[in-house]
Design a binder for this molecule. Structure first.
Ligand code: PGA
Length: 232
C-alpha cells in the first residue's frame, strides 16, 4: 500500500522542517504495518536535505520507513537543458517519481514526454508513478514499460485544487481499473482522513496520491493511521 504526499509547489525550507518534525512525532511508527510505504514528494530543492535527514533518522529506528519521490524528472538524459533535473541526478536520493500529473499535462506535457521520462526513470531504478485521468492516457504508455510503472488514477475533476474537487466514487475507481484490465491502482483526488476509509479493503486500490491533505502533517498522519487500521 503506497501513501504518497504530493506537496506540489508548496512550502518553504522552514515549513518543510516544521512539517517533518510534526509528522515524525505524530506518526506511530512502531504500529506501522510493513506493507505500508510512505512516500513524500517535495519540490526539487528539498529532496537532498530530506534524504539525508531520513537517513539519520532511519539509523536510529528501523521502523521509520519513508521514501522520497520527485514530482517530475527531465525527459532528457543529461546535457544542455537549463532548468531541468534528470533521473541520473535524482537516483541517489529518490525511489519514485511522479510522472504525467494532469497539472503538468495542462502545461503542455505530452505522452511522448511521459514515455521518455518513464524510460529514464526505469533505467535509473526509479519507479515511475504515472498519473492518468483517462483510458487513452494509460493506453499510450509504452507497452514494454507498463509492468514497470505504478498507475495512479487521478480524474481531473477530483483534484481538490482544480474545480469542485469531488473525489471519484469507489465504484468509478473500480470501473476504471477494470477498463484498464489492471488488478490494482493508486487513487488520487481529494483524499482526506474522512473519506480514505471508503476506498480501503476494496482489493483494487493499492495506494493513494494525496495533495492538499498532505500539507498538514497531522491530517496526513491521520490518513496513514486510518489506512494502517485496515490491516488490523
Ligand atoms: P488533491 O491532489 O489531493 O489535492 O486532490 C491530488 C493530486 O493532485 O495529486
Amino acid at each position: 500500500m503506497y501513501i504518497i504526499a504530493n506537496f506540489k509547489q508548496n512550502k518553504t525550507f522552514a515549513e518543510y522542517e516544521l512539517w517533518i518534525n510534526e509528522f515524525i512525532q505524530a506518526t506511530n511508527w512502531d504500529a506501522l504495518n510493513d506493507d505500508i510505504q510512505i512516500i513524500l514528494a517535495p519540490s526539487f530543492p528539498f529532496i537532498v536535505t530530506l534524504a539525508s535527514a531520513f537517513k539519520d533518522l532511519q539509523a536510529s529506528s528501523s521502523k521509520l520507513r519513508i521514501y522520497l519521490a520527485s514530482q517530475n524528472v527531465s525527459k532528457f538524459e543529461n546535457g544542455a537543458h537549463t532548468g531541468e533535473v534528470g533521473a541520473t541526478q535524482l537516483k541517489d536520493f529518490i525511489d519514485y517519481a511522479i510522472i504525467g500529473h494532469s497539472e503538468r499535462r495542462a502545461d503542455g506535457e505530452t505522452m511522448t514526454d511521459v514515455n521518455m521520462k518513464v524510460g529514464l526513470c526505469v533505467s535509473n531504478d526509479i519507479t515511475p508513478v504515472v498519473c492518468v485521468s483517462r483510458e487513452d492516457e494509460f493506453n499510450a504508455i509504452d507497452d514494454s514499460e507498463k509492468s514497470n510503472v505504478l498507475i495512479a488514477y487521478e480524474p481531473i475533476d477530483a483534484i481538490s485544487t482544480s474545480g469542485a474537487g469531488k473525489p471519484a466514487s469507489v465504484s468509478a475507481v473500480k470501473e476504471f481499473v477494470e477498463t484498464l484490465g489492471l488488478n490494482k491502482i493508486i487513487y488520487g483526488g481529494s483524499i482526506n482522513s474522512s473519506n480514505v476509509r471508503d476506498y480501503l479493503n476494496q482489493g483494487f486500490v493499492d495506494g493513494f496520491l494525496v495533495g492538499s491533505a498532505s500539507l498538514d502533517p497531522v491530517e496526513f498522519t491521520k490518513i496513514i493511521g486510518t489506512i494502517n487500521q485496515a490491516y488490523v
